[in-house]
Design a protein around this ligand. Structure first.
Ligand SMILES: [Zn+2]
Length: 319
């Protein structure tokens, strides 16, 4: 299965905000002290899977140069083709779905067999919080029986906490949002564009670099601008909330929620920067946004249109 990252994101290039963690892991590897389980924890869309994919290739590579996989050797080619027999990827079948106990049972079997290529054996579990409780309990057994030259690499998108019993058995590498200046330079370099569009993209993506890159690739900025225009009209009392919400019927709620959150966060920041601070009713609305997103992430069955109407109504009263 292909790695699901933006098409523009090149696997041979490091993400600059990950340099320190990369060096840390390479030092451990080179001194034969690599832990058997690593938990990469960080904000969504900051490149944790990209980091994991590169590091796993580094492990398999037989001719690394300056701690970077060569991309040419047999092991590198096998891994990049997606057919390396000593690599196992455990993911939900679709975004937002759970990782089942069956997937973890397969992983346990993989962990006990002998490596085909007499080198490392690696399993990537992403995101770890997608495991069902049963799956997580089954996974603990594998985690508790470390094997020579077998690495369990867990990615945590911080959408839900990781069980303490799992977390405590891993070396945790955690990272928040990367520094804005670094991200801006990187994105400008990726897009070959240092214009204001880079700032617009990052603002809409809440500072998450890979999300901003996806927006650029999919030309999402125009759609967001149209949505934000309606939000402004609702706030200004120029559009009726319910009919305004009806115009977005059928569009994925998680996407609209993301845009709405980024839009409203910017307003709160702007209020704070003007020195007046935000009004209590603005926080009431912001709380509603956060609690709605939480409900949505916990897979509660929501009626998207009703949710959007409620949010628009509340937005019209928040201004
Ligand atoms: Zn190589």
């Amino acid at each position: 299965m292909a790695v699901s990252t933006p098409a523009l994101l090149s696997l041979d290039r490091a993400l600059p905000w990950q340099d320190e963690q990369w060096q840390q892991l390479c030092r451990l590897l080179n001194s034969d002290r690599l832990p058997h389980a690593i938990l990469l924890s960080g904000a969504q869309d900051t490149g944790k899977r990209h980091f994991a994919t590169r590091f796993i290739q580094r492990l398999f590579c037989t001719a690394p140069v300056d701690d970077v996989a060569c991309g040419e050797c047999k092991q590198c080619r096998l891994y990049l083709s997606g057919a390396h027999p000593d690599f196992k990827r455990v993911e939900p079948e679709a975004a937002g779905k759970a990782i089942s106990i069956n997937a973890i049972r397969e992983l346990s079997e993989f962990a006990v067999i002998t490596a085909h290529q007499q080198s490392w054996k690696v399993a990537l579990v992403a995101p770890v919080e997608a495991m069902t409780l049963n799956a997580a309990n089954a996974f603990l057994k594998t985690l508790e029986e470390p094997r020579e030259k077998t690495l369990l690499l867990l990615v945590h998108d911080q959408l839900a906490p990781v069980l303490p019993t799992i977390r405590s058995r891993c070396r945790v590498l955690s990272q928040g949002l990367p520094p804005p200046a670094l991200v801006r330079d990187w994105l400008a370099g990726q897009l070959g564009d240092a214009s204001a569009a880079v700032d617009d993209l990052l603002a809409r993506a809440g500072g998450r670099p890979l999300r901003a890159l996806e927006f650029a690739e999919a030309n999402t900025l125009d759609d967001i601008a149209r949505f934000e225009q309606v939000l402004q009209q609702v706030q200004a009392g120029e559009a009726a909330p319910v009919s305004a919400a009806a115009a977005f019927e059928g569009q994925p709620l998680n996407q609209l929620m993301e845009w709405l959150l980024a839009y409203y966060s910017r307003q709160l920041i702007a209020s704070a920067q003007r020195g007046g601070g935000a009004e209590p009713r603005q926080f009431v609305f912001y709380d509603l946004l956060l609690s709605t997103r939480k409900k949505q992430q916990s897979k509660t069955n929501l009626n998207p249109q009703l949710v959007l109407e409620e949010l628009f109504l509340s937005l019209s009263q928040s201004a």
